[in-house]
Ligand binder design. Sequence first.
Ligand code: C5P
Length: 287
Amino acid sequence: MRKVSIEAPAKINLGLRITGVRSDGFHSLESIFSTVTLTDEITVSLNPRVSRVSLTCTGIPSPTDENNLVWKAAQAFMNEADVKDRDGISITLHKNIPSPGGLGGGSSDAAAVLLALRDLTGIRINLTPLGERLGSDVPFFLLRAGSAFVTGRGEVLKEMVLPHFHCVLVHSGEKIPTPAAFKLWDEHRGDLTEACPISNYTALKFGAWHEGKPFPVRLDNHFLTLLHGRYPGVTRTAEELSRLTGDWGLSGSGPAFYALFRSENEAKEAEEHLAGKFPWVFRCQSR
Ligand code: C5P
């Protein structure tokens, strides 16, 4: 039985601005997505002994039925590629990326499954529309890029190069559903002072961060302004990180945060400092 093993990386958002509401009800945004070396591990095989989709999960507990985006992705691929009379699909998922977190874990898993199934079946359907229907962040993960400047609902992507960084991720354990975070924007957008556009991204390629200059991206996130003071874990994490470095930010709609470091030693020190204070702390680097 042929199988494909694939890593599904987490992403962080280096700055995020919500720019409006679209006619389809989704919000348009502007952000830089950057993948890091925190990954879920996925193995996919075509299996004549199972019917439809069979999912086994280890690591951080996750659903093993249609409530898991991995399951939905496999089913969507089968329907789209019209392979219903063929073998079932066996998937094992080892979950390392906390969810919800703003780290794109579920979307990255879904993209990985779509790519693995295209490889296994040899059926070369266009995965992007399929990915968009599964989740706004899935198109980014289908790109398999290190970093991209992202607009639209998340589907307009321009691949880009950033300086290599070490980072420490922190999760307070708080749960913030993505729709609830967007609803805060709908209700309180008037409270936001207009953050700087992130669109001058071409300058980033030449950023001299490793020579001590400021990180070449504004790390402001509209969600941080909205969640700060409303979610105690967000407030506490922001306060703790700002004592450590200026180069930190909220990832997506949270509640995971990241702090960026130029060297592994600085990142290790920060990891040690934060480890006893938060339930989940993870040191990694850009991919
Ligand atoms: O696409 P995804 O499944 O990540 O979206 C979850 C929810 O977050 C959507 O149902 C929508 O309420 C909100 N959302 C949005 N605009 C986006 C992404 C998500 O309004 N660009």
